[in-house]
Write a protein of this length. Structure first.
Length: 109
């Protein structure tokens, strides 16, 4: 997702209901969304490769904050069917990351 936002921010943004305004909008999408997905992906991959649960705290934090923002939006604007899929995806990813964190945090026998 990060690479896609860096290469095609307007196209990918449109799928998420975002439209950049000029060069600043494109740069913001690349930096903010590319940065979010890039950081989450890099730390999740490092956690898997290095077998270190502590590295999952970064994507757990990012996903938790993102999910909180989606739930706040849901509470403030009400339910709309397009809002459901990203909430479910982020909730499932968050559960997977937390389970991975807990599993890797256990002492190895």
């Amino acid at each position: 997702m990060a690479v896609a936002f860096w290469i095609r921010p307007a196209e990918l943004g449109a799928k998420l209901g975002l439209e950049p305004i000029g060069a600043l909008g494109l740069a913001s999408m690349r930096a903010d969304l590319g940065g979010f997905f890039g950081a989450a992906g890099v730390f999740a991959l490092l956690a898997a490769v290095r077998n270190r649960g502590d590295l999952l705290l970064v994507p757990i934090t990012l996903l938790g904050i993102a999910l909180s923002g989606r739930l706040l939006s849901l509470a403030l604007t009400g339910f709309s069917p397009p809002l459901l899929q990203p909430i479910v995806v982020e909730a499932v990813l968050l559960v997977i990351m937390v389970l991975g964190y807990r599993g890797l945090a256990r002492p190895q026998a």
